[in-house]
Design a protein around this ligand. Structure first.
Ligand code: DGY
Length: 297
């Protein structure tokens, strides 16, 4: 038996090990497509991912073969909302750029314009996605006194929106009116690369663009161009395409971008709970019981 490792399972290893298994504990680093699913064999009852996102799993194939799919919503909502706020503040107040100056000798005596960023007070913030994470981000934004919080989502949920003083905006409105845009939706065929060249062109010049959802929601080439040409002020990304981002990626040459290595839920208690929920999902599926969190197929 292989020793336990936290590295993603190499594809060949997954294909070699999966035949005959009743359940699969996987992460977003593993593509669970019909090849993996059919290779497993007819006894496969459940696929449980240690993530809230499940775009790496072929749901159609699971549905066809009666395989149940478990995931980990809720337990990572707070950690992800918290990280989103940290990334937003780091990007809009230029924390990493300023910190680099301290170490590189760029720190000069105090002067009025040095490292001026953009505060949240009085700003208009647009949330793209208004699920659990979007709502928690909205409630964390309020103490920073934004002028307005808007959200763009399929499900309008006016009662929830009222609690966090958010109002609905169309995609066009959100893109063209926001000082800050935060992407916190799932990656689906309808959100794939929705932030494209034309969306970035409509944004305000002072716009700070934050993505803690999935890299695939953004046309990264278009984002790079928008940042380079200063069509928008800055971007903070916890997710990119691909991951890890190669160190020669052109985004890494820009000063107005902060990139983190997909650490939204990386809080120790959260990760313990995510592991726990994933294991419980598998046990429940094997016993034919209700899972903690099951994707409705
Ligand atoms: C998820 O759960 O989908 C995150 O991206 C990683 O925690």
């Amino acid at each position: 038996m292989r020793s336990l490792s936290q590295e993603p399972v190499p594809r060949e290893e997954l294909l070699k090990q999966i035949p005959g298994k009743s359940a699969l504990f996987c992460a977003l680093t593993e593509k669970i497509d019909s090849e993996v699913i059919t290779r497993a064999g007819p006894q496969l009852k459940c696929i449980a991912t240690i993530s809230v996102g499940y775009e790496h799993i072929d749901l159609e194939a699971c549905k066809k073969l009666g395989i149940r799919v478990g995931y980990t919503p809720d337990v990572l909502t707070d950690a992800t909302a918290e990280l989103t706020m940290a990334l937003l503040l780091a990007t809009s107040r230029r924390l990493f750029e300023a910190n680099r100056d301290v170490y590189s000798g760029g720190w000069k005596p105090w002067s009025p314009n040095y490292m001026c960023g953009q505060g949240l007070k009085g700003s208009q913030v647009g949330l793209f996605g208004f699920g659990r994470i979007g709502q928690e981000i909205a409630s964390r934004l309020l103490p920073f006194k934004p002028k307005k919080i808007t959200y763009t989502a399929r499900n309008k949920q006016p009662e929830v929106a009222k609690k966090v003083r958010a109002s609905y905006a169309t995609f066009e409105e959100m893109v063209s009116e926001s000082d800050v845009i935060i992407v916190c939706c799932a990656l689906t065929p309808s959100t794939k690369e929705i932030f494209d060249k034309s969306a970035f062109k409509k944004m305000k010049r002072n716009c700070v663009f934050i993505n803690t959802a999935r890299g695939g929601i953004v046309d990264q080439k278009a984002l790079h161009e928008a940042l380079k040409e200063k069509q928008i002020m800055a971007a903070g990304l916890d997710v990119t395409t691909p991951e890890p981002l190669p160190i020669n990626d052109p985004l890494l040459k820009l000063n107005n971008v902060v990139i983190l290595p997909h650490i939204g839920s990386a809080d120790i208690d959260t990760r313990i709970q995510m592991s726990h929920v994933t294991a419980l999902n598998i046990l429940a599926a094997l016993k034919g019981e209700k899972m903690v969190a099951e994707v409705q197929l």
